[in-house]
Design a protein around this ligand. Structure first.
Ligand code: BG6
Length: 491
């Protein structure tokens, strides 16, 4: 990592919320541990609740005990990190409260400021306008906007327009934490740091691409939020589409924010719309029922006490996307994501075409397996390439079997700690590098595509298909690639 030790005030709106406690503060703590925060950098929690600095520090300590167990008893980083922590009571809807940020000397002595809006997007506009009223929108001040930015194209535009009244595009960092994952960045390294893959990265050599983000967790505890979103808005519109863009984009001229984003937007614009009747042949929606995960019985979507039995919100989506350009014509991109599936894992599979003619005529070699490049994001970070090999032994003749060439990132880099996505992204905002953040035109193009599908869904009385928790989603999802003579890659 390039290190920037420029002093900065990181102000977290929603500073006592779940995201702050689970992800943001642990990430900042790790950055401090790795020596990546300037000595005078401050971390300031802001929310409606009345709380003293000491109470906030205690709360953060509790969160670290839970989410960074290795930090328990830490005598080195914690005392320093604790000194950085303070708290300001700000009701995001009370403009006058924002004067307390000035009283707290936010941005004083020309420090850069990162305002992290870990709040509901409905508040983004009013927070940004109150910051501006109090002079807290100078060019060295940036806002980080958590997803989801709206629930469709219209609402996302409305929110974005509000933010843009007081901050410029250069100051707005729209975060998608999937882009901060190490293996996702490694995908760029693999594609553009080697001569090996790029010449074979097109419809002449690749048969299909599969992107799976499978979770075992349900929506427990956040039914109310989730039911308004669903898997399409919560995962596909951002995480899965961003992964698709990185796989499909042309090589950017440089690794900088606009060059990368200019290439991603071309992919988004080339996505073939899925509308009307196409939505039934190209997408599958599901809702989880009860079932077994890791030997434990778990409840269904409608067993949650807040649930509404009429809900048609999908907890699973599988779809076939097509990219209408020269490089990808005829190559399906199969995407799927869901809650309460059999295994927690995320991966991108590049499935190459079969050899044009097999010279190996034995019975056992008729079905030569195709090469596959698998980029696994989680649970483990690894990249593997399946190639056909001869089984050793004279008596074996020319018997071929697939063998995986595995690159385990943890082993290759001597078990070096792999940073969490938010560490990398927070550091990038502090050093003002927006390469791994979304420009608004990308968000807009992704919403346009997703809106088409959702509007087709809303015109039918069909409900999402039920699937048992612990399965791989509705049977129709299995059938999606089979209709095209293909299969999902098994975990
Ligand atoms: C979030 C979604 O953006 O990503 C959650 O809102 C989801 O519903 C989460 O669980 C998954 O992230 P990760 O990094 O655990 O795969």
């Amino acid at each position: 990592m390039k290190v920037s030790l420029k002093a900065c005030d990181v102000v977290i709106f929603g500073g006592v919320g779940d995201l702050a406690m689970r992800k943001l503060l642990p990430a900042l703590y790790h950055l401090d541990m790795d020596g990546l925060l300037a000595p005078t950098t401050r971390v300031v929690g802001a929310s409606r609740r009345d709380m003293s600095n000491k109470e906030y520090q205690d709360k953060v300590r509790e969160a670290l005990d839970e989410f960074v167990p290795s930090s328990v008893g830490d005598e080195k980083t914690w005392p320093r990190f604790k000194e950085r922590l303070s708290y300001v009571t700000v009701d995001a809807q009370q403009e006058s409260d924002f004067s307390r940020l000035n009283d707290h000397n936010i941005g004083g002595e020309d420090r850069d400021v990162v305002f992290y809006l870990a709040t509901s997007p409905d508040l983004f506009g009013s927070i940004c306008s109150s910051l501006a009223v109090h002079g807290l929108n100078a060019p060295r001040m940036r806002v980080v906007l958590e997803k989801p930015l709206g629930r469709d194209l219209m609402s996302s535009r409305a929110i974005n327009d509000e933010v843009m009244k007081n901050f410029t595009e250069q100051q707005a960092f729209r975060i998608d934490h999937y882009l901060g994952k190490e293996t996702v960045q490694n995908l760029l390294a693999i594609r553009f740091g080697n001569t090996l893959f790029e010449p074979l990265w097109d419809s002449a050599h690749i048969d299909n691409v599969q992107i799976t983000v499978s979770e075992t967790v349900g929506v427990e505890g956040r039914w109310g939020y989730y039911d308004k979103a669903g898997a399409m808005r919560d995962m596909v519109q951002n995480h899965l589409i961003q992964l698709l863009c990185l796989v499909a984009m042309e090589p950017p001229g440089r690794m900088d924010a606009d060059s990368v984003r200019d290439e991603k937007i071309k992919v988004l614009k080339a996505l073939r719309p899925i509308t009307g009747a196409n939505a039934y042949t190209k997408t599958v929606r599901g809702q989880y029922a009860k079932g077994m995960i890791n030997g434990k019985e778990v409840m269904g979507y409608f067993d949650d006490e807040d649930s509404n039995p009429d809900s048609r919100t999908e907890t699973f989506v599988a779809l076939r996307a097509d990219i209408d350009n020269w490089r990808w014509a005829g190559v399906p991109f199969y995407l799927r994501t869901g809650k309460r599936l059999g295994q927690r894992y995320s991966e991108i599979v590049i499935q190459y075409k079969a050899v044009p003619h097999s010279i190996f005529s034995d019975e056992s070699n008729r079905q030569l397996q195709r090469n596959q490049l698998i980029i696994r994001l989680q649970p483990e970070e690894k990249i593997s390439l399946t190639v056909m090999n001869k089984v050793p032994g004279a008596s074996e003749g020319m018997n071929l079997q697939p063998v995986d060439l595995n690159l385990s990132l943890t082993e290759a880099f001597n078990n070096r700690r792999s940073p969490e996505a938010y560490e990398r992204l927070l550091l990038d905002v502090m050093r003002n590098d927006a390469t791994l953040f979304m420009r608004y035109d990308e968000v807009e193009a992704a919403w346009k595509w997703v809106d088409g599908i959702m509007s087709a869904w809303s015109q039918t009385s069909e409900r999402p298909k039920e699937y048992a928790s612990g399965s791989w989603g509705p049977a129709a999802s299995m059938a999606l690639p089979i209709k095209d003579g293909r299969n999902w890659h098994d975990y």
